[in-house]
Design a binder for this molecule. Structure first.
Ligand code: ATP
Ligand code: MG
Length: 367
Protein backbone atom coordinates (compact mmCIF):
# COMPACT_ATOMS: atom_id res chain seq x y z
CA UNK A 1 0.00 0.00 0.00
CA UNK A 2 1.27 3.44 -0.75
CA UNK A 3 1.93 5.31 2.46
CA UNK A 4 -0.17 8.41 2.67
CA UNK A 5 1.70 11.17 4.35
CA UNK A 6 -0.86 12.27 6.93
CA UNK A 7 0.23 12.94 10.49
CA UNK A 8 -2.28 11.85 13.08
CA UNK A 9 -1.18 12.21 16.67
CA UNK A 10 -4.59 11.08 17.97
CA UNK A 11 -4.15 7.65 16.35
CA UNK A 12 -7.75 7.65 15.15
CA UNK A 13 -7.11 7.54 11.45
CA UNK A 14 -7.39 4.24 9.60
CA UNK A 15 -7.22 2.80 6.15
CA UNK A 16 -10.39 0.85 5.57
CA UNK A 17 -12.21 -1.38 3.11
CA UNK A 18 -10.78 -2.37 -0.26
CA UNK A 19 -7.37 -0.88 0.31
CA UNK A 20 -6.72 -2.98 3.45
CA UNK A 21 -8.25 -6.10 1.90
CA UNK A 22 -6.17 -5.74 -1.26
CA UNK A 23 -2.94 -5.19 0.62
CA UNK A 24 -3.54 -8.38 2.61
CA UNK A 25 -4.26 -10.21 -0.65
CA UNK A 26 -1.11 -8.74 -2.17
CA UNK A 27 -2.88 -6.99 -5.02
CA UNK A 28 -3.10 -3.41 -6.18
CA UNK A 29 -6.03 -1.27 -5.01
CA UNK A 30 -8.25 0.88 -7.18
CA UNK A 31 -8.68 3.67 -4.66
CA UNK A 32 -7.77 4.64 -1.11
CA UNK A 33 -10.43 4.95 1.57
CA UNK A 34 -9.73 6.13 5.08
CA UNK A 35 -11.88 6.51 8.17
CA UNK A 36 -11.44 8.86 11.08
CA UNK A 37 -12.84 7.63 14.36
CA UNK A 38 -14.72 10.83 15.03
CA UNK A 39 -15.60 13.74 12.77
CA UNK A 40 -13.38 13.51 9.70
CA UNK A 41 -14.26 16.95 8.37
CA UNK A 42 -13.23 18.68 11.60
CA UNK A 43 -10.12 16.52 11.82
CA UNK A 44 -9.02 17.48 8.33
CA UNK A 45 -9.85 21.16 8.79
CA UNK A 46 -8.09 21.42 12.15
CA UNK A 47 -5.05 19.26 11.54
CA UNK A 48 -4.29 18.76 7.90
CA UNK A 49 -5.40 21.56 5.68
CA UNK A 50 -2.28 23.68 6.17
CA UNK A 51 0.12 20.87 5.33
CA UNK A 52 2.28 21.13 2.25
CA UNK A 53 1.03 19.33 -0.85
CA UNK A 54 -2.35 18.94 0.79
CA UNK A 55 -5.64 20.13 -0.57
CA UNK A 56 -9.31 19.63 0.33
CA UNK A 57 -11.19 18.74 -2.83
CA UNK A 58 -14.72 18.18 -1.61
CA UNK A 59 -16.67 18.09 1.61
CA UNK A 60 -19.89 16.10 1.98
CA UNK A 61 -21.38 17.44 5.21
CA UNK A 62 -24.39 15.07 5.63
CA UNK A 63 -22.23 11.97 5.22
CA UNK A 64 -19.28 13.41 7.14
CA UNK A 65 -16.84 12.63 4.34
CA UNK A 66 -14.10 14.69 2.80
CA UNK A 67 -12.05 14.07 -0.32
CA UNK A 68 -8.50 15.31 -0.16
CA UNK A 69 -5.46 15.34 -2.37
CA UNK A 70 -2.17 14.63 -0.71
CA UNK A 71 1.14 14.21 -2.52
CA UNK A 72 -0.78 13.92 -5.78
CA UNK A 73 -3.10 11.13 -4.61
CA UNK A 74 -6.81 11.44 -4.01
CA UNK A 75 -8.06 9.93 -0.78
CA UNK A 76 -11.56 9.75 0.69
CA UNK A 77 -11.62 10.26 4.43
CA UNK A 78 -14.90 9.31 6.09
CA UNK A 79 -16.12 9.87 9.60
CA UNK A 80 -17.01 6.70 11.46
CA UNK A 81 -20.77 6.67 11.11
CA UNK A 82 -23.95 4.76 11.68
CA UNK A 83 -26.62 4.64 9.03
CA UNK A 84 -30.23 3.57 8.67
CA UNK A 85 -31.85 2.49 5.46
CA UNK A 86 -35.18 4.29 5.71
CA UNK A 87 -35.92 3.38 2.14
CA UNK A 88 -34.49 -0.05 1.52
CA UNK A 89 -32.08 -0.23 -1.36
CA UNK A 90 -31.62 3.53 -1.53
CA UNK A 91 -28.88 5.65 -0.05
CA UNK A 92 -29.06 5.48 3.75
CA UNK A 93 -29.32 8.41 6.11
CA UNK A 94 -26.62 8.97 8.64
CA UNK A 95 -27.82 8.70 12.22
CA UNK A 96 -24.56 9.28 14.03
CA UNK A 97 -21.23 10.74 13.06
CA UNK A 98 -18.23 9.85 15.13
CA UNK A 99 -19.34 6.44 16.37
CA UNK A 100 -17.08 3.55 17.33
CA UNK A 101 -15.11 1.55 14.78
CA UNK A 102 -17.28 -1.47 15.51
CA UNK A 103 -20.46 0.46 14.68
CA UNK A 104 -18.79 1.79 11.54
CA UNK A 105 -17.82 -1.74 10.54
CA UNK A 106 -21.37 -3.02 10.89
CA UNK A 107 -22.75 -0.70 8.19
CA UNK A 108 -20.36 -2.15 5.60
CA UNK A 109 -21.11 -4.85 3.04
CA UNK A 110 -18.86 -7.80 3.91
CA UNK A 111 -16.41 -8.77 6.65
CA UNK A 112 -13.50 -8.72 4.18
CA UNK A 113 -14.37 -5.08 3.50
CA UNK A 114 -14.59 -4.13 7.16
CA UNK A 115 -10.92 -4.35 8.12
CA UNK A 116 -9.12 -1.28 9.44
CA UNK A 117 -5.42 -0.51 9.42
CA UNK A 118 -4.06 2.18 11.68
CA UNK A 119 -2.43 4.96 9.67
CA UNK A 120 0.04 5.45 12.52
CA UNK A 121 1.10 2.00 13.68
CA UNK A 122 0.01 -0.12 10.74
CA UNK A 123 -1.86 -2.43 13.12
CA UNK A 124 -4.77 -4.32 11.53
CA UNK A 125 -8.02 -4.06 13.43
CA UNK A 126 -10.48 -6.86 12.76
CA UNK A 127 -13.77 -6.48 14.60
CA UNK A 128 -15.91 -8.84 12.52
CA UNK A 129 -13.80 -11.86 11.57
CA UNK A 130 -12.66 -10.41 8.26
CA UNK A 131 -9.12 -11.79 8.56
CA UNK A 132 -10.36 -15.37 8.88
CA UNK A 133 -12.76 -14.86 6.00
CA UNK A 134 -9.95 -13.49 3.85
CA UNK A 135 -7.85 -16.55 4.71
CA UNK A 136 -10.76 -18.89 3.97
CA UNK A 137 -11.75 -17.02 0.82
CA UNK A 138 -15.21 -16.32 2.16
CA UNK A 139 -17.65 -13.50 1.50
CA UNK A 140 -19.88 -12.96 4.52
CA UNK A 141 -22.39 -10.23 5.33
CA UNK A 142 -22.28 -8.50 8.69
CA UNK A 143 -25.91 -9.03 9.69
CA UNK A 144 -29.04 -10.80 8.48
CA UNK A 145 -30.73 -7.63 7.21
CA UNK A 146 -27.81 -6.68 4.99
CA UNK A 147 -29.34 -7.49 1.60
CA UNK A 148 -32.69 -6.03 2.62
CA UNK A 149 -30.95 -2.77 3.53
CA UNK A 150 -29.04 -2.71 0.29
CA UNK A 151 -29.68 -5.37 -2.39
CA UNK A 152 -26.86 -4.03 -4.56
CA UNK A 153 -24.61 -5.88 -2.11
CA UNK A 154 -25.73 -9.10 -3.81
CA UNK A 155 -24.09 -7.96 -7.03
CA UNK A 156 -21.07 -6.68 -5.10
CA UNK A 157 -20.72 -10.14 -3.56
CA UNK A 158 -20.72 -11.69 -7.02
CA UNK A 159 -18.16 -9.14 -8.22
CA UNK A 160 -15.77 -9.84 -5.35
CA UNK A 161 -16.25 -13.61 -5.65
CA UNK A 162 -15.11 -13.42 -9.27
CA UNK A 163 -12.30 -10.93 -8.71
CA UNK A 164 -10.75 -12.89 -5.87
CA UNK A 165 -12.01 -16.44 -6.50
CA UNK A 166 -13.96 -16.42 -3.21
CA UNK A 167 -17.23 -18.14 -2.27
CA UNK A 168 -20.25 -16.85 -0.40
CA UNK A 169 -20.54 -18.26 3.09
CA UNK A 170 -23.49 -20.67 3.38
CA UNK A 171 -25.60 -18.46 5.63
CA UNK A 172 -24.97 -15.45 3.38
CA UNK A 173 -26.05 -17.59 0.42
CA UNK A 174 -29.32 -18.42 2.22
CA UNK A 175 -29.95 -14.75 2.99
CA UNK A 176 -29.34 -13.93 -0.66
CA UNK A 177 -31.72 -16.66 -1.80
CA UNK A 178 -34.41 -15.48 0.62
CA UNK A 179 -34.04 -11.90 -0.48
CA UNK A 180 -34.32 -12.80 -4.15
CA UNK A 181 -37.41 -14.92 -3.52
CA UNK A 182 -39.18 -12.08 -1.76
CA UNK A 183 -37.78 -9.20 -3.76
CA UNK A 184 -39.73 -6.01 -4.18
CA UNK A 185 -38.48 -3.53 -6.69
CA UNK A 186 -38.39 -0.48 -4.47
CA UNK A 187 -34.67 0.05 -4.89
CA UNK A 188 -32.33 2.47 -6.57
CA UNK A 189 -31.82 1.01 -10.03
CA UNK A 190 -29.01 3.44 -10.79
CA UNK A 191 -26.90 1.71 -8.14
CA UNK A 192 -27.89 -1.72 -9.48
CA UNK A 193 -26.68 -0.59 -12.89
CA UNK A 194 -23.37 0.68 -11.50
CA UNK A 195 -22.61 -2.65 -9.84
CA UNK A 196 -23.72 -4.61 -12.92
CA UNK A 197 -21.32 -2.58 -15.04
CA UNK A 198 -18.41 -3.29 -12.69
CA UNK A 199 -19.27 -6.99 -12.50
CA UNK A 200 -19.97 -7.72 -16.15
CA UNK A 201 -17.03 -5.60 -17.32
CA UNK A 202 -14.83 -8.29 -15.74
CA UNK A 203 -15.86 -10.28 -18.83
CA UNK A 204 -16.35 -13.49 -16.93
CA UNK A 205 -18.53 -16.30 -18.19
CA UNK A 206 -18.53 -17.84 -14.75
CA UNK A 207 -19.82 -14.57 -13.22
CA UNK A 208 -22.69 -14.64 -15.69
CA UNK A 209 -23.41 -18.29 -14.97
CA UNK A 210 -23.63 -17.52 -11.25
CA UNK A 211 -25.77 -14.48 -12.05
CA UNK A 212 -28.28 -16.70 -13.84
CA UNK A 213 -28.11 -19.85 -11.71
CA UNK A 214 -28.41 -17.96 -8.42
CA UNK A 215 -31.21 -15.88 -9.96
CA UNK A 216 -29.43 -12.63 -9.19
CA UNK A 217 -31.06 -11.36 -12.39
CA UNK A 218 -34.22 -11.00 -10.27
CA UNK A 219 -32.72 -7.67 -9.20
CA UNK A 220 -33.25 -6.50 -12.78
CA UNK A 221 -36.36 -8.29 -14.01
CA UNK A 222 -39.27 -10.34 -12.69
CA UNK A 223 -39.19 -12.53 -15.80
CA UNK A 224 -37.31 -15.82 -15.90
CA UNK A 225 -33.96 -15.75 -17.63
CA UNK A 226 -32.02 -18.74 -18.89
CA UNK A 227 -28.36 -19.11 -19.70
CA UNK A 228 -27.55 -18.72 -23.40
CA UNK A 229 -25.61 -21.59 -24.95
CA UNK A 230 -22.84 -19.45 -26.35
CA UNK A 231 -19.78 -18.62 -24.25
CA UNK A 232 -20.01 -14.84 -24.02
CA UNK A 233 -16.55 -14.40 -22.52
CA UNK A 234 -14.89 -16.14 -25.47
CA UNK A 235 -16.90 -14.19 -28.02
CA UNK A 236 -15.93 -10.88 -26.43
CA UNK A 237 -12.28 -11.91 -26.27
CA UNK A 238 -12.42 -12.67 -29.98
CA UNK A 239 -14.40 -9.55 -30.86
CA UNK A 240 -13.63 -6.83 -28.28
CA UNK A 241 -16.30 -4.21 -27.61
CA UNK A 242 -16.47 -0.99 -25.64
CA UNK A 243 -19.59 -1.85 -23.61
CA UNK A 244 -18.72 -5.34 -22.45
CA UNK A 245 -21.29 -5.18 -19.65
CA UNK A 246 -24.12 -4.46 -22.05
CA UNK A 247 -23.54 -7.63 -24.05
CA UNK A 248 -24.06 -9.61 -20.85
CA UNK A 249 -26.89 -7.43 -19.61
CA UNK A 250 -28.59 -7.61 -23.01
CA UNK A 251 -28.90 -11.38 -22.49
CA UNK A 252 -31.20 -10.69 -19.54
CA UNK A 253 -33.75 -9.49 -22.08
CA UNK A 254 -35.76 -7.01 -20.06
CA UNK A 255 -33.67 -4.04 -18.88
CA UNK A 256 -36.61 -1.65 -18.63
CA UNK A 257 -35.89 -0.91 -14.96
CA UNK A 258 -32.32 0.25 -15.58
CA UNK A 259 -31.60 3.86 -16.47
CA UNK A 260 -29.91 3.41 -19.85
CA UNK A 261 -28.15 6.03 -21.95
CA UNK A 262 -29.44 6.75 -25.45
CA UNK A 263 -26.57 4.81 -26.95
CA UNK A 264 -27.13 1.81 -24.68
CA UNK A 265 -30.84 1.79 -25.52
CA UNK A 266 -30.03 1.99 -29.24
CA UNK A 267 -27.78 -1.06 -29.02
CA UNK A 268 -30.67 -3.06 -27.53
CA UNK A 269 -33.30 -1.62 -29.90
CA UNK A 270 -31.15 -2.46 -32.92
CA UNK A 271 -30.82 -6.00 -31.65
CA UNK A 272 -34.56 -6.37 -31.09
CA UNK A 273 -35.29 -4.98 -34.54
CA UNK A 274 -33.13 -7.55 -36.31
CA UNK A 275 -35.05 -10.57 -37.53
CA UNK A 276 -33.93 -13.65 -39.41
CA UNK A 277 -31.06 -13.03 -41.84
CA UNK A 278 -31.18 -15.29 -44.85
CA UNK A 279 -28.17 -14.35 -46.95
CA UNK A 280 -24.95 -12.31 -46.99
CA UNK A 281 -26.70 -9.25 -48.33
CA UNK A 282 -29.28 -9.28 -45.52
CA UNK A 283 -26.57 -9.86 -42.92
CA UNK A 284 -24.52 -6.99 -44.30
CA UNK A 285 -27.43 -4.56 -44.41
CA UNK A 286 -28.56 -5.50 -40.90
CA UNK A 287 -25.18 -4.98 -39.27
CA UNK A 288 -23.44 -2.35 -41.36
CA UNK A 289 -24.71 0.59 -39.29
CA UNK A 290 -25.10 -0.93 -35.82
CA UNK A 291 -22.64 -1.29 -32.93
CA UNK A 292 -20.62 -4.41 -32.55
CA UNK A 293 -22.39 -5.02 -29.24
CA UNK A 294 -25.60 -5.47 -31.23
CA UNK A 295 -23.93 -7.96 -33.55
CA UNK A 296 -22.60 -9.96 -30.61
CA UNK A 297 -26.02 -10.03 -28.95
CA UNK A 298 -27.45 -11.32 -32.20
CA UNK A 299 -24.74 -13.97 -32.30
CA UNK A 300 -25.40 -15.06 -28.72
CA UNK A 301 -29.19 -15.02 -28.76
CA UNK A 302 -30.23 -15.55 -32.37
CA UNK A 303 -27.71 -16.78 -34.94
CA UNK A 304 -24.03 -17.17 -34.15
CA UNK A 305 -22.95 -18.10 -37.66
CA UNK A 306 -24.53 -14.98 -39.18
CA UNK A 307 -22.84 -12.74 -36.60
CA UNK A 308 -19.47 -14.42 -37.09
CA UNK A 309 -19.79 -14.32 -40.86
CA UNK A 310 -20.29 -10.57 -40.59
CA UNK A 311 -17.48 -9.95 -38.10
CA UNK A 312 -14.96 -12.23 -39.79
CA UNK A 313 -15.63 -11.64 -43.46
CA UNK A 314 -18.43 -9.37 -44.57
CA UNK A 315 -17.52 -6.35 -42.44
CA UNK A 316 -14.23 -6.09 -44.32
CA UNK A 317 -15.97 -5.73 -47.68
CA UNK A 318 -16.72 -2.18 -48.83
CA UNK A 319 -17.86 -0.91 -52.18
CA UNK A 320 -15.51 1.72 -53.56
CA UNK A 321 -17.70 3.80 -55.84
CA UNK A 322 -19.32 6.93 -54.47
CA UNK A 323 -22.04 9.35 -55.49
CA UNK A 324 -19.42 11.35 -57.32
CA UNK A 325 -18.64 8.39 -59.55
CA UNK A 326 -22.32 8.06 -60.42
CA UNK A 327 -22.48 11.77 -61.30
CA UNK A 328 -19.46 11.32 -63.57
CA UNK A 329 -21.37 8.57 -65.35
CA UNK A 330 -24.02 11.17 -66.13
CA UNK A 331 -26.60 10.11 -63.55
CA UNK A 332 -28.69 12.71 -61.73
CA UNK A 333 -28.89 12.46 -57.92
CA UNK A 334 -32.01 10.53 -56.98
CA UNK A 335 -33.35 7.71 -54.83
CA UNK A 336 -32.02 5.40 -57.52
CA UNK A 337 -28.51 5.98 -56.18
CA UNK A 338 -29.04 3.81 -53.13
CA UNK A 339 -30.57 1.07 -55.27
CA UNK A 340 -27.49 1.19 -57.48
CA UNK A 341 -25.15 1.02 -54.47
CA UNK A 342 -27.10 -1.95 -53.11
CA UNK A 343 -26.84 -3.73 -56.43
CA UNK A 344 -23.08 -3.17 -56.60
CA UNK A 345 -22.80 -4.34 -52.98
CA UNK A 346 -24.72 -7.50 -53.83
CA UNK A 347 -22.26 -8.23 -56.63
CA UNK A 348 -19.28 -7.39 -54.45
CA UNK A 349 -20.45 -9.73 -51.68
CA UNK A 350 -20.58 -12.48 -54.30
CA UNK A 351 -17.11 -11.53 -55.49
CA UNK A 352 -15.09 -9.41 -53.02
CA UNK A 353 -12.18 -9.18 -55.47
CA UNK A 354 -14.02 -6.69 -57.66
CA UNK A 355 -12.00 -3.52 -58.31
CA UNK A 356 -13.41 -0.03 -58.51
CA UNK A 357 -13.17 -0.32 -62.31
CA UNK A 358 -15.29 -3.50 -62.14
CA UNK A 359 -17.83 -1.71 -59.96
CA UNK A 360 -18.13 1.13 -62.45
CA UNK A 361 -18.63 -1.39 -65.24
CA UNK A 362 -21.43 -3.02 -63.24
CA UNK A 363 -23.13 0.36 -62.98
CA UNK A 364 -22.66 0.94 -66.72
CA UNK A 365 -24.28 -2.41 -67.32
CA UNK A 366 -27.49 -1.48 -65.54
CA UNK A 367 -28.00 2.15 -66.65
P1 ATP B 1 -12.95 -1.84 -5.03
O1 ATP B 1 -11.65 -2.55 -5.06
O2 ATP B 1 -13.90 -2.31 -6.09
O3 ATP B 1 -12.85 -0.34 -4.95
P2 ATP B 1 -13.94 -1.61 -2.36
O4 ATP B 1 -14.22 -2.65 -1.31
O5 ATP B 1 -12.86 -0.62 -2.05
O6 ATP B 1 -13.66 -2.37 -3.70
P3 ATP B 1 -15.65 0.66 -2.76
O7 ATP B 1 -16.87 0.71 -3.61
O8 ATP B 1 -14.46 1.45 -3.12
O9 ATP B 1 -15.30 -0.90 -2.65
O10 ATP B 1 -16.12 1.01 -1.29
C1 ATP B 1 -15.19 1.16 -0.21
C2 ATP B 1 -15.74 0.50 1.05
O11 ATP B 1 -17.02 1.06 1.38
C3 ATP B 1 -16.01 -0.98 0.92
O12 ATP B 1 -14.85 -1.75 1.14
C4 ATP B 1 -17.07 -1.22 1.98
O13 ATP B 1 -16.51 -1.29 3.26
C5 ATP B 1 -17.88 0.06 1.89
N1 ATP B 1 -19.02 -0.08 0.94
C6 ATP B 1 -19.05 0.21 -0.38
N2 ATP B 1 -20.25 -0.05 -0.93
C7 ATP B 1 -21.02 -0.51 0.08
C8 ATP B 1 -22.38 -0.95 0.16
N3 ATP B 1 -23.19 -0.97 -0.90
N4 ATP B 1 -22.83 -1.35 1.38
C9 ATP B 1 -22.02 -1.31 2.47
N5 ATP B 1 -20.75 -0.93 2.45
C10 ATP B 1 -20.24 -0.52 1.28
MG1 MG C 1 -12.37 0.93 -3.30
Amino acid sequence: MEIINIKDTSNKLYYVGGVVRDELLGIESFDIDMTYEGNAIEFVQNNLQNLQNFEILQINEPFGTVRVKTDGREVDIASTREEVYEKKGHLPSVTKIGCSLKEDAMRRDFTINALYKSAVSGEIIDLTGGLDDLKNKTIRVLHDGSFIDDPTRIIRGLKFSIRFGFDLDEHTKKLQENYLKNINYDMCCKRVKKELIETFNLNSQSAFEKFIRQKIYKLVTEKDVSLPQENIEELIKKYPVENVWLVYAGCIGDLSRLPLTKNEQKILDDFNATGELKNDFEIYKAFEKVSRETVLLYGILKDKSAAERYLEILSRIKIEISGEDLLKLGLKPSKKFSEIFDYVLLKKLENPELSKEDEINIVRGII
